[in-house]
Design a binder for this molecule. Structure first.
Ligand SMILES: Cc1ncc(COP(=O)(O)O)c(C=O)c1O
Length: 466
């Protein structure tokens, strides 16, 4: 700084010119920022206050005030005759070797994650209007701690939505807001533990996040092998299972529909009140060949804990979801909610109520159904033309395809080649509890039709290279 006082003073001047507020506060901010960025390093000497004041065209008082403030905060020191210097403990190392990990994950050319809907299509204008409406109309009372079960108006709207879209004959008292499905699964695993349950059955292959949560909660995970009709409920009794998580209308990840016979047998198992069936209805809104099949919970909401969220319909970032709870479990759910300490942000709940109540939510779903149907058809056709292996037959639904690779293929090698080429699908192996044939989960929510051919050829090349 001492050698380059004019330049650093000019930089500070630019910063000071661009903002509002008292000049001494802005000067302190500017110096603090430069220390934080590592532009000013520990031991660097700052210009004497009179010199800097002249260069900046401000009074000397402004500079001494700013320096005093930064000394009080520990950024600067003034020792003996060496003037004002940057304190040793402040500042960030310049060396890239010790730089902190960037907060953002590296972005890839094409997002093939099966978890994401089209993130560019998030209805920003509708959500902005909904947030504005929530802020304009929220009463002071609504800005206190939110109702633990969720805003009553939103719960009424969700009950009506679940009735019309998923066939669940429930009312607002049955609906509980959650911070998304994983938050609900975590709460339910804690509830199961508290009830003395030991074993949870999970579909194999299935949702890896659910397995991780169940294991971390201390439950023993029992694999339930999935075939073309879902899993066989007879396995529950023979394996001594206490609870089960099922994606009945669109099995994750294989895309199959649980057969009516198995649904009925699963509900018969759930008639025993010691047993808990949890339905993950994660993407049922997206069916492209016919109307969505009704939820398992629609057959009997008193035997199934039903889970849904806005992660596929709007965006995972919102962290908004819902749960329909059989009455016999309500007290236990409330206790688990207190134990986890999770409340759902009230303003977001009011905004979601506006989005659903104004019809924007249904309109967005109608629009996206068309978009995804076209993307699915385009990617499937492109893959069929070039990709080794074959698609796993599933319904025309959801946001991803499952592609079976030739048996001898090493899935990890294919994934490494995909990553190298800038496209990252998921490996079926991560969804498996027991080993099985190799495959890829290819999300098409973010793959416009014009990119289908190039994505398919990148994936095909990666598969051949393995
Ligand atoms: C099987 C399954 N269930 C649920 C979800 C949604 O989870 P959340 O609501 O916690 O975002 C996903 C998202 O990827 C999923 O794949």
């Amino acid at each position: 700084v001492a050698n380059d006082q004019t330049n650093s003073a000019t930089e500070l001047l630019v910063t000071l010119g661009g903002k509002n507020g008292a000049v001494n506060v802005r000067l302190a901010d500017a110096v603090r920022t430069r220390i934080g960025e590592g532009v000013l390093q520990p031991g660097d000497r700052l210009p004497p206050s009179r010199v800097l004041a002249d260069q900046l065209g401000v009074s000397r008082w402004v500079v001494t005030e700013a320096y005093e403030q930064l000394k009080a905060e520990g950024y600067l020191t003034a020792k003996g005759g060496s003037g004002t210097t940057v304190a040793l403990r402040a500042g960030r190392p310049r060396s890239p070797a010790t730089a902190p990990r960037p907060l953002d994950e590296p972005t890839t050319a094409v997002d093939l994650s099966p978890a994401n809907p089209d993130l560019a299509a998030f209805p920003r204008a509708d959500w902005r209007r909904a947030i504005q409406h929530a802020l304009a109309t929220a009463t002071p009372r609504q800005l206190s701690y939110p109702d633990a079960q969720g805003d009553p108006v939103l719960r009424r709207m969700l009950a009506a939505y679940l009735h019309r879209a998923r066939g669940l004959a429930v009312d607002a008292t049955d609906v509980h807001l959650t911070a998304g499905t994983r938050s609900a699964v975590s709460m339910l695993c804690q509830l199961l533990q508290a009830r003395g349950a030991r074993r949870i059955g999970l579909e194999d292959p299935g949702w890896p996040r659910a397995r991780q949560i169940a294991e971390l909660t201390g439950l023993e995970v029992m694999p339930l092998p999935v075939d073309g009709e879902g899993f066989d409920p007879d396995a529950l009794t023979s394996a001594g299972i206490d609870a089960v998580l099922v994606s009945a209308t669109h099995q994750f990840p294989t895309g199959t529909l649980m057969s009516p016979d198995r649904r009925h047998r699963l509900l018969a198992w759930a008639a025993d009140e010691r047993h808990v069936v949890i339905e993950d209805d994660y993407d049922a809104e997206f069916r492209y060949d016919r109307r969505p099949v009704g939820a398992l919970a629609a057959l009997d909401p008193q035997r199934v804990v039903y889970l849904g969220s806005t992660s596929k319909t709007l965006a995972p970032a919102l962290r908004l979801g819902w749960m329909v709870v059989p009455r016999r479990l309500i007290d236990a759910v409330e206790a688990a909610r207190v134990a986890t300490g999770v409340l759902v942000p009230a303003v977001d709940q009011l905004a979601l109520a506006h989005l659903v109540g104004s019809g924007s939510y249904d309109r967005h779903l109608r629009k996206m159904r068309k978009v995804y149907a076209a993307r699915r058809a385009a990617l499937l056709a492109a893959l069929n033309a070039v990709m080794p292996g074959e698609p796993v037959p599933g319904m025309a639904a959801g946001l991803h395809l499952v592609w079976r690779l030739p048996d001898e293929t090493d899935e990890d090698t294919v994934l490494a080649a995909c990553r190298h080429a800038g496209t990252i699908p998921a490996g079926l192996g991560t969804c498996r509890i027991r080993p099985g044939w190799p495959g890829l989960l290819i999300g098409y929510g973010n793959v416009p039709e014009r990119l289908a051919a190039s994505v398919a050829s990148t994936l095909a090349e990666a598969a051949r290279s393995a």
